[in-house]
Ligand binder design. Structure first.
Ligand code: 13P
Length: 270
């Protein structure tokens, strides 16, 4: 039985005052929930603030990114050890907003210009391996662009992202991995992926995990869906066999909405 997960990716939102208010609100609504794993991933500047808010609750802390080296001349980067020292247990790796495949500094479109951070399958893999070696649990993101879906290559794209991310990961370490399927076209657009289709792709991802490791690892791995998860669509998603939870952006920025998502996730365990 896989424990349902509800993870909030706050992205670049919340200064420290706002982070405290939001984290306190989440703790008040879902802090004592035991049937679901609740993870908050605030921006790095608010990790210690949120860690303080969640200290007497069951809520866990995650970061949104990390670098694979342990220390050194990498201006602006954060190591696994630094994240651990802020109280993190989890780290999101390879979010589509950090993958470099649809941005270029030549772009005029603001959204494309923002997507220049440059993670590739290879850097995602390095980060995953470094996170696990340090004792952080990676939430590995995968997902296809709209153009890739339209070209019928969703499964190929997602499967190759997952295989690349897991390269060199041991079976023992795989027990600490969470995978999030986030179709890029469904993120922040309000356009949720149909629950049956999200389940099909999450099932396909589980098959890839079985191929890389074995059926036992695949059966116990938590696979999340992300992309416009809201209180009004979460039940249909959580009912699905292969969807073990949500990685939530927009709806995690409101304590009441996120509290509802936590409650639905916890109910799905029964
Ligand atoms: P939204 O829930 O805002 O679509 O964001 C999803 C996401 O990218 C979570 O990582």
């Amino acid at each position: 039985m896989r424990k349902p997960v509800m993870a909030g990716n706050w992205k670049m939102n919340c200064n420290n005052d706002e982070a405290k208010e939001l984290a306190d609100g989440v703790v008040a609504r879902g802090g004592q929930v035991e049937d679901a794993l609740v993870i908050l991933c605030p921006p790095a500047t608010a990790l210690t603030t949120v860690n303080d808010s969640i200290k007497n609750s069951n809520v866990k802390l995650g970061a949104q990114n990390m670098f694979w080296e342990q220390s050194g001349a990498y201006t602006g980067e954060l190591s696994a050890d630094m994240l651990l020292s802020c109280g993190c247990e989890y780290v999101i790796i390879g979010h589509s907003e950090r993958r470099g495949r649809f941005g270029s500094v030549d772009e005029e479109d603001a959204e494309a210009l923002a997507a220049i951070f440059g993670d590739t399958d290879e850097t995602v893999n390095r980060k995953v391996v470094a996170a696990l070696a340090a004792g952080l649990k990676p939430i590995i993101c995968c997902g296809e662009l709209l153009s890739e879906r339209q070209a019928g290559s969703t499964d190929d794209v997602v499967a190759s992202q997952v295989k690349a991310a897991l390269e060199g990961v041991s079976e023992a370490d795989a027990a600490n991995v969470i995978i999030a399927y986030e179709p890029v076209w469904a993120i922040g657009t309000g356009e949720v992926c149909d629950a049956d289709e999200a389940n099909r792709v999450c099932g396909m991802v589980r098959g890839v995990v079985a191929e890389v490791f074995n059926e036992d690892v695949a059966d116990s791995m938590q696979i999340l869906y992300g992309g416009s998860v809201k209180p009004n669509n979460v039940e249909g998603l959580m009912e699905q066999e292969h969807i073990d939870g949500g990685l939530v952006g927009g709806a995690s920025l409101d304590a009441e909405s996120f509290g509802t998502l936590i409650a639905v996730a916890a109910d799905s365990a029964k």
